[in-house]
Design a binder for this molecule. Structure first.
Ligand code: ADP
Ligand code: MG
Length: 345
């Protein structure tokens, strides 16, 4: 047989490759699953991890639950309850994977789901592999909400599996994602723990506040120097608020949490601009903590950014960034004396 002939790859192989491009590591999977739980209006979200998420990655929520009728196709690619047609893309603020997250996870892991909707007499459980249901739905006891478990992540992608051999590092990245969401969604209680641990690594209360969660998760030093800032512009059509440390605070590295329309994103241009503003005010080698939440009309966000590109772009990006940075700089220079935001405990 001539090895150089062009041949079509098996569908399962194609899907696995595509999924591996979307889900690089357990922390990507957990971010997607967290966003799903938040989209389902959960107020309690519990993440349980074994071996850095490679053996087991589980997220339990008390959200809306999933209709039994939807379960058979849930892990197929491009199945979503969030948009119906192309135009809807303009108005949704979820920039998840538009029906690709669960599918991707099911191509690189064994997925089990237990779900119960309010008012249903029983819950349902089922399982998936390679995008397809592998187990009929069967009734199961459970509380309202959804538990999704991914077993043996990347079991069928040996190279990726080997590249992720440091379970602690993967766990740290998971904790980081959950931490950031806990700061942005203080009304939701988040728990994150290793499977056999008695004490969780993250445990926030529902009905908390952003500064309280910053204090609990990033420490009292940060919390002590937090300044609240807010800025908006009707012409540029944005609103932004957040908490940033005053110039009295200095850390070895920048910690920056950026949410756009309530999704955790990477926005290097915004990050860089804020870092520059601080570097003019802080001693060399000192860095701030900054959390900010930016809201713009969903239609101004580039909806076609591929999920594998972690960066987000939006209309009037440079102007908006300049505006926000100026507002923050002003706040910092007017508040450079001590005593800023008092965190209630
Ligand atoms: P998307 O979020 O882009 O719709 P996903 O693959 O992440 O795609 O999820 C597919 C669908 O599964 C969602 O649209 C939602 O209806 C349902 N779903 C996933 N996770 C949950 C959850 N925790 N609670 C309720 N529904 C969920
Ligand atoms: Mg999703």
């Amino acid at each position: 047989m001539d090895n150089r002939r062009v041949r079509r790859l098996e569908e399962a192989v194609v899907n696995r490759i595509a999924a591996g491009e979307i889900i690089h590591r357990p922390a990507n999977a957990i971010k997607e699953m967290l966003e799903n739980s938040l989209d389902a209006e959960s107020t309690n979200i519990k993440v349980t991890v074994k071996d850095g998420g490679l053996k087991l990655l589980q997220i339990q929520d008390n959200g809306r639950g999933i209709d039994k009728e939807d379960l058979p196709i849930l892990c197929e690619r491009f199945t979503t309850s969030k948009i119906r047609n192309y135009d809807d893309l303009q108005s949704v603020s979820t920039f998840g994977f538009r029906g690709e997250a669960l599918a991707s996870i099911s191509h690189v892991a064994h997925v089990a789901i237990l779900t119960k909707r309010d008012g249903d007499s029983a819950g349902w459980k089922t399982a998936y592999s390679d995008g397809k249901q592998t187990q009929e739905c069967s009734p199961a006891a459970g509380n309202k909400g959804t538990t999704i478990t991914a077993h043996d992540l990347f079991f069928n992608v040996p190279l990726r599996r080997r590249a992720l051999k440091n379970a602690n590092e993967e766990y740290t990245k998971i904790v980081d994602v959950v931490t950031r969401y806990a700061v942005h969604y203080p009304s939701v209680s988040f728990v994150c723990k290793k499977v056999n641990a008695n004490v969780p690594d993250i445990s926030t209360l529902s009905k908390s506040s952003t500064p309280m969660n910053i204090k609990a998760l990033f420490g009292p030093q940060v919390a002590k120097e937090l300044l609240r800032f807010e800025t908006e512009d009707t012409l540029l059509n944005y609103k932004c608020n957040g908490y940033a440390t005053s110039t009295n605070y200095a850390s070895k590295r920048t910690i920056m949490l950026i949410f756009i329309n309530h999704r955790l994103v990477d926005c290097p241009s915004l990050k860089k601009s804020i870092e520059n503003a601080y570097s003019a005010l802080l001693p060399k080698g000192s860095h701030p903590f900054v959390y900010l939440s930016l809201e713009i009309p969903p239609s101004n966000l580039d909806v076609n950014v591929h999920p594998t590109k972690s960066q987000v772009h939006f209309i009037d990006e440079d102007d908006i960034i300049e505006h926000i940075t100026d507002a923050l700089s002003n706040k910092l220079s007017t508040c450079n004396t001590s005593k800023s935001y008092d965190v209630q405990t």
